[in-house]
Design a protein around this ligand. Structure first.
Ligand code: SF4
Ligand code: SF4
Ligand code: FES
Length: 534
């Protein structure tokens, strides 16, 4: 293989790799504004200049292809002088508003200036060219044109990734300005990524702006639960509240991007309507009961109905929003402990289209993160989607007397469905897991407060069969439980071995039983997941 030497370190490279790409791979940092690993090379900012032996002038490392035997210096006096020159040039007209800029703490310009800057300005502050500020371009982004370093990342993202072509430069010289034509809104479904790719504070997030300084955030790697793509994300929180979601790089799933719907989905976790206490039906509403009492009463109801009418009079509907571990314990509980044949999967809109690429970028029709995992574990919806009418049909045909739901969706969607309302009149026990306070007339006897994906550990299997880990990012209230915990407690209440297993232990038990997962252990699932052979 061909070799290159960068700052005295010899490295092999693939034909076509640029000097900067090889340097990144071996841990040598070269400053850059315009280069982004998931965008086409532009070579327009000149920040990444390096000295290459036998080349008469400095070269831009992002767009200079590595050649066998090349000897490169990234921090020689000539390089440092050039980088300082570029910074001085960029900062001639940059507003020095770092104290009030939302990008502070994650701004390339701030960081590079601290490393390479000429700390005394040679231009009087009053001579700076002023450009337009605080342009609200749609729901996701705010543009401060005078902070722009003209790197063109936003232009290339909208040209090549979304194909929506919103951004462009106008004017010449130090009047050059980034913007959209007539300040048109940027309403492509991936606009939030522009905030991540803008290396300075020119494009900031309408939602996150001025919420908190980024160095106060706790960052947890996880997976977006909003569709079956399973984009890798960071969940960032402060004081027990999720403040923002950011994409986490995974070359095989989402590269550097996430969609806006997924990005904003964190609001549900902080929603004021969250349910934090178990409930029992009381008259025309609900009364709060302890979690232990809910387990006791729920288990007793199922036991009574099984002995009075038969095990097959219980219908259990799982949620494809649950983790593999949740769904495995759901299956274990209803197949092995309750022993009912009526086990199904709810909320599976779009599962029939799971093999169709709905959006050339990331988004998929199936709004659930784990439909494939549920199927592999053996929980399937009969007809693609479990509608309220279909549930009513199953209840009527089989004389169902107890309904157990891992999510209240069916009841919510069926609130106006007369067939479901009629069928539920014959059902003696309805037990539901819910993240939100139910309406007082919801037909349920016991409601368990369930944890969000940001408050639980486990794994999802995405549409392509990739198993990826989620990790608890915020501490949940003591009375809120993950689906897995509720099923473990129900199993134990009805005669289980009393074990309370962690997510890794449940996964390893699952892998021993479900053949599709048999080749992997929890410890094999790295930060970017493991691909199952489907
Ligand atoms: S707005 Fe940001 S991403 Fe776009 S050209 Fe300016 S600095 Fe680059
Ligand atoms: S494409 Fe799907 S998984 Fe990815 S961020 Fe959007 S909703 Fe989440
Ligand atoms: S990063 Fe190389 S020219 Fe901009």
């Amino acid at each position: 293989m061909p070799k290159i030497t960068i700052d005295g370190i010899e490295a092999e490279f693939e034909t076509g790799e640029s000097i900067l790409q090889v340097a990144d791979r071996i841990g040598i940092e070269i400053p850059r504004f315009c280069y982004h690993k998931d965008l086409r090379w532009a070579g327009n900012c000149r920040m990444c200049q390096v000295e290459v032996e036998k080349m008469p002038k400095l070269a831009i490392s992002c767009a200079t292809v590595a050649a066998d035997g090349m000897v490169v210096y990234t921090k020689s006096p000539k390089v440092v002088k050039a980088v300082r020159g570029v910074l001085e040039f960029l900062l001639l007209n940059h507003p020095i508003d770092c104290p009030i800029c939302d990008q502070a703490g994650e701004c390339f310009l701030q960081d590079y200036y601290m490393r390479y800057g000429l700390y005394d300005s040679r231009i009087p502050l009053n001579d700076k060219v002023k450009k337009r500020k605080v342009l609200r371009l749609g729901d996701m982004i705010v543009l401060d044109t005078e902070r722009c370093v003209l790197c063109s990342r936003c232009v290339r993202f909208c040209e090549d990734v979304t194909g929506s072509n919103e951004f462009g430069f106008s004017n010449r010289g130090n009047r050059t300005e980034i913007g959209t034509f007539y300040d048109a809104v940027v309403d492509n479904p991936y606009a939030g990524n522009l905030v991540d790719i803008c290396p300075v504070g020119a494009i900031t997030s309408k939602d996150f702006r001025f919420k908190c300084r980024v160095w106060f955030l706790n960052t947890t790697p996880s997976v977006c639960p909003t569709c079956s793509t399973g984009c890798n994300i960071y969940v960032e929180s402060k004081n027990g509240l999720v403040q923002r979601l950011r994409p986490r790089y995974n070359a095989d799933v989402n590269k550097s991007w996430i969609c806006d719907k997924g990005r904003m989905s964190y609001k549900l976790i902080n929603d004021e309507g969250r349910l934090y206490q178990a409930l029992e039906k009381s008259g025309s509403g609900f009364q709060e009961i302890s979690y232990e009492s809910a387990v006791e009463k729920g288990a007793q109801k199922l036991k009574d109905i099984a002995s009075k009418y038969g095990n097959d009079k219980i219908l259990a509907i799982a949620s494809p929003k649950g983790t593999n571990e949740d769904l495995y314990l759901f299956k274990k509980f209803f197949s092995e402990v309750i022993r009912t044949p009526h086990i199904s999967l709810g909320e599976t809109d779009g599962v029939n289209n799971a093999s169709v690429m709905e959006d050339k970028v990331l988004r998929r029709i199936d709004p659930n993160p784990n439909t494939v995992g549920a199927g592999l574990i053996g929980i399937k919806a009969d007809d693609g989607k479990m509608t309220p009418e279909r549930v009513a049909d199953i209840i009527n045909k089989n004389g169902i007397k107890a309904l157990y739901l891992m999510s209240p969706e069916i009841l919510r969607d069926g609130a106006t469905s007369q067939p479901l309302r009629d069928a539920l009149k014959n059902v003696d026990a309805i037990i539901v897991h819910s993240m939100f306070v139910p309406l007082s007339d919801m037909p349920a006897q016991i409601v368990f407060p369930s944890a969000s994906y940001a408050e639980a550990d486990g794994t999802f299997t995405n549409y392509a069969g990739r198993v990826q880990k989620i990790k608890s990012a915020i501490k949940r209230k003591e009375s809120v439980k993950s689906h897995s915990e509720i099923f473990q407690d129900m199993i134990n209440k009805l005669g289980g071995d009393g074990k309370k297993l962690s997510a890794p232990a449940i996964f390893n038990e699952l892998a021993g039983v479900v053949s599709a997962f048999s080749s992997i252990k929890f410890s094999d699932i790295g930060d970017t997941g493991v691909q199952l052979k489907l």
